[in-house]
Design a protein around this ligand. Structure first.
Ligand code: PRP
Ligand code: HPA
Length: 206
């Protein structure tokens, strides 16, 4: 069982292509830190609640937090839309915000803005809970070639439209631990479900 995972993870990485080096990753995190430090440096800028979106944001969050130089409160939320798949589904909340967010400035940290469904959902939920302001900071924004339901306020870097792993991001649960970013070979991704040309007849009706 464990051999299966080791072999599969290694094969995925062997066919993958490095698209962002570890030093480029660190530079991008530094840029996000600079923007946040500038935003919260003024007296009276407030005491934001910083929420990391687990699990993908774990590495970005852990790298970024020590570079922030203003008073803040930190906690995490846990939301998943991909599970161990390479295509998104329903947004599933595993840990909802535990603090009272009403009236507060919230900084949401996530690893990647892909189709934007997850962060659009998270932002709306925080606003519904009464947050005064929600600032979305993502390590990476994927250029998917179409409009998204949300625009990030702060972006570390922009990625091509490929499925990527590393710096917290996984494919089928593998390779969150890589220090750089790698694009998975399209041949290694599960084939898309075929579009049905005709509606499936209702079995009960016949
Ligand atoms: O913009 P979207 O298309 O909605 O995708 C972005 C989300 O997908 C990933 O989470 P995932 O559901 O894979 O869970 P994970 O954080 O545990 O990896 C990532 O961490 C973002 O939260
Ligand atoms: O490209 C991706 N890689 C890993 N996780 C993701 N979640 C959304 N998009 C991605």
């Amino acid at each position: 069982m464990q051999d299966f995972h080791v072999t599969r993870a290694q094969a995925l990485l062997e066919h993958a292509q490095e698209i962002v080096t570890p030093s480029q990753v660190q530079a991008a995190v530094g840029q996000v830190a600079d923007v946040l430090n500038e935003r919260f440096k003024a007296p009276g800028a407030g005491f934001p609640l910083v929420l990391g979106v687990m699990g993908g944001a774990v590495v970005f969050t852990g790298t970024l937090l020590p570079q922030l130089d203003f008073p803040l409160e930190f906690d995490y939320i846990h939301v998943s839309r991909y599970g161990d798949d390479d295509r998104g589904g329903q947004v599933v909340w595993k840990v909802i915000p535990r603090q009272n967010v009403a009236g507060r400035t919230i900084v949401v940290l996530d690893d990647i803005l892909d189709e934007g469904e997850t962060l659009a959902h998270v932002k709306q939920r925080l606003l519904d809970m009464g947050a005064a302001e929600v600032i979305i900071a993502v390590f990476a924004d994927k250029d998917i070639g179409r409009n998204k339901p949300i625009v990030a306020d702060i972006v570390g870097l922009t990625l091509p439209n490929a499925f990527v792993v590393g710096f917290g991001m996984d494919v089928y649960g593998y390779w969150r631990n890589l220090p750089g970013l790698w694009a998975i070979s399209p041949q290694d991704l599960k084939p898309a479900e075929p579009e049905l040309e005709y509606p499936v007849p209702d079995a009960k009706a016949s």
